[in-house]
Design a protein around this ligand. Sequence first.
Ligand code: PGA
Length: 252
Amino acid sequence: MPRRPFIAGNWKMHKGPVEADRLATELKPLLVDETAVDVAVAPPFVSIPAVVARLKHSGVHVAGQDLHTEAGGAHTGSIAGEMLRAAGCAYVIVGHSERRHGLGEDDILINKKVQAAFRAGLLPILCIGETLEDRQAGRVEDVIGGQLEGGLEGLFADQLPPLTLAYEPVWAIGTGVTASPAQAQDVHAFIRGWLRARYPAYVAEQTRIQYGGSVKPNNAAELLSQPDIDGALVGGAALRADAFADIVRAAR
Ligand code: PGA
């Protein structure tokens, strides 16, 4: 069975409730008829209720951008996966590079968050990716392999296909520099081979691997046509309804 393309928009720290409702209102008619591609948007926490309400029955899913490792408790400023689920989220982004590098999240914490997402009934989108320094030092496979090892620790094989991996080279995020389709495909093929070597064959066949890092309407089709690129995690271009819908169409 071919892997169903999956496009997710990460709104990051943009779009409060009013603007988020406006963007969701613009997106809905553009995406409501989409049957070939799974689509999700990840608004900031405070905007999730507005976006869930607006996108109800549209087929577009809502994702959290992060979650805490615990289901509840004295954790000022944090949001539990269970709360995201109760608010109507289906997915949650885990291990985004802006949290790994900006906030010092390591693979042990990220693995706990992946486990917490499953416990809450959310499907994790686990982000991995090397820095420019790693790439220049020829360490791409070491870094990606280590992030996979750490991030997926303790998961059962049958948890892998529902999870999405997002390969996001740090040097391509928000920089306007995209990995070339061949550069991205090389790493995606490495990731799939990594899965193949460690799990039953269906895991590598079925697990979706998104590419992220300056995906735009004008480069999406070529990236998405690569055999091991199953979708995209889109930042900047997800903030414009027409651009995001164009990227979704490119995934068909
Ligand atoms: P970008 O962000 O598309 O703005 O590069 C991608 C991401 O961080 O997921």
